[in-house]
Design a protein around this ligand. Structure first.
Ligand code: TYD
Ligand code: MG
Length: 457
């Protein structure tokens, strides 16, 4: 019988220790060590499993020019949003981790993918739900793929066996936290299980050349549960996020060995599954009859895609000692900075005001080009004078009140133009622009004072 030994693992970063310790020396977290049982013969088992596939003498250095280019024939997912975040489709043999809070729609997205790939054999492995539950969801989504197989199994070796017999074109595993390998004795979901299972799947995917999508739950602080090493093992990490109060969901790439990480995909959760949103501006601009104070529209970019989004500010007198400052979807520190700039450079007394800020649709924005729109919204609310809903803004604001150029300004201008905006406010410091081709009036400014003059004269 194999000897059993136990190791303590930090549940936060995956560091090991032979004995329990209170504070992790690697990640600095307290009280994160938990005991997990390891098979003593693990090393031997690993050899048996064929850890070193090639003998060392076979591997020689090759000049880089002689290295064959990787086959980039990607599988089209038939979902433009998913294709985009993956960098153009699924790479054969790649391992993609998709993380998100419970109930956000991970299983739905993956099942939809499985059902959309008509003509391809897809194996959907589930350790979370019964096959009947999946069938019900499939009926709801309503797409049909005769070759979509469901396997309710949590043992990795069994999964590989079935996959070997079936040779699917794609495997989906829901979820990594339910998997169990015989080589580690701790409970499913524990750090050592999660790590070992992922490593096994990665090996399997590479050897069999079958792409695998792995669903992972996230912890309350938004990290994919399990050690950080999990993210190191896989090729691509996607985060599925969204506000529970909105139907919009955003799929974000946080790591991608085969593409850019700045892309996002937008979906809407409807009665029949997730609908890819091809024109985000349509949902991020609210329809209104009259112009209201405190609203300004930013022309922003996510990855390569421009879209217009509404920013809203509410400025009210502060009745209590310290004025309140709160922001949803935007960094509060940056908002405070913008308020300070307005105070110092344009003479607005925000010191005695409560300021609330909101970005439409539950979006979280990091593009600095949204600064100018936020300033316009704040000043508009302060003055209680509306900004025309036909105006858009795209510029960063610096500490001295200078209005700075931002990337891809032409794309932003043409998107606003396309959507019928009348004016767009940008920085004067953008490189030479061809403005003749647009119908939209482009207002180039260099200081925040100018913004205030232009808008509120
Ligand atoms: P689910 O994919 O089960 O989430 P996860 O796997 O991330 O936990 O999605 C759950 C939610 O999605 C659930 O609250 C119901 C909703 N939903 C719809 O609104 N429409 C649909 O067609 C489906 C399948 C789910
Ligand atoms: Mg699920």
């Amino acid at each position: 019988m194999a000897k059993i030994k136990t190791i303590y693992y930090c549940q936060n970063c995956g560091n090991q220790s032979p004995k329990w310790i209170g504070k992790c020396p690697v990640c600095g977290e307290w009280n994160t060590y938990a005991e997990e049982v390891i098979d003593k013969d693990e090393e031997k088992l690993k050899e048996k499993k064929g850890f070193s596939l090639r003998k060392t003498e076979e591997v020689k250095p090759v000049p880089i020019k002689d290295v064959h280019e990787m086959e980039t024939e990607r599988i089209d997912t038939k979902d433009s949003e998913l294709n985009r975040v993956l960098g153009g489709g699924i790479i054969p043999g790649s391992l993609v981790l998709i993380g998100g809070e419970p109930g956000i729609g991970k299983s739905t997205l993956m099942l939809q993918l499985a059902l959309q790939l008509t003509g391809m054999k897809v194996l959907y492995v589930t350790g979370e739900e019964s096959d009947r539950q999946i069938k019900m969801r499939a009926d709801r989504v309503g797409i049909k793929n005769e070759q979509c197989y469901i396997l309710t199994e949590t043992n990795t070796q069994q999964i590989f066996k079935q996959a070997d017999l079936m040779r699917p074109d794609l495997i989906i595993i829901d979820s990594i936290q339910t998997l169990q390998t015989v080589y580690v004795e701790s409970t499913p979901g524990s750090v050592s299980q999660v790590r070992e299972c992922t490593a096994e799947i990665q090996r399997f995917a590479k050897e069999a050349g079958i792409p695998v999508f792995l669903i992972g739950h996230i912890t309350k602080d938004g990290m994919i549960a399990g050690p950080k090493v999990l993210e190191h093992i896989v090729d691509t990490v996607l985060q599925f996020e969204g506000d529970r109060n909105y139907t919009y969901r955003i799929l974000r790439t946080t790591k991608n060995r085969f593409g850019s990480t700045s892309e996002i995909g937008i979906y809407e959760m409807i009665g029949a599954g997730l609908r890819p949103v091809l024109n985000p501006s349509e949902i991020l601009l609210t329809q209104r009859d009259e112009d209201l104070s405190g609203i300004a529209i930013a022309a922003m970019m996510e990855g390569m895609r421009p879209f217009l989004i509404e920013t809203q500010a509410l400025v009210t007198p502060a009745f209590y000692g310290t004025p309140q400052r709160s922001a949803t979807g935007f960094d509060v520190r940056r908002m405070n900075m913008l308020l300070a700039v307005l105070e110092k450079r344009a003479g607005f007394r925000f010191g005695t005001k409560d300021v609330f800020l909101n970005i439409a649709g539950g979006m979280r924005v990091e593009d600095p080009a949204i600064d100018l729109a936020i300033m316009a919204a704040m000043v508009s609310s302060f003055n209680d004078i509306s900004v025309s809903s036909k105006y858009a803004f795209a510029a960063e604001v610096g500490l001295s009140g200078e209005v700075r150029a931002v990337s891809r300004i032409e794309q932003r201008i043409s998107e606003a133009d396309k959507l019928g905006f009348e004016k767009i406010f940008i920085s004067k410091f953008n490189p030479k622009l061809e403005l003749k081709k647009y119908n939209i009036e482009v207002v180039q400014i260099s200081k925040v004072q100018q913004l205030v003059e232009e808008l509120f004269g």
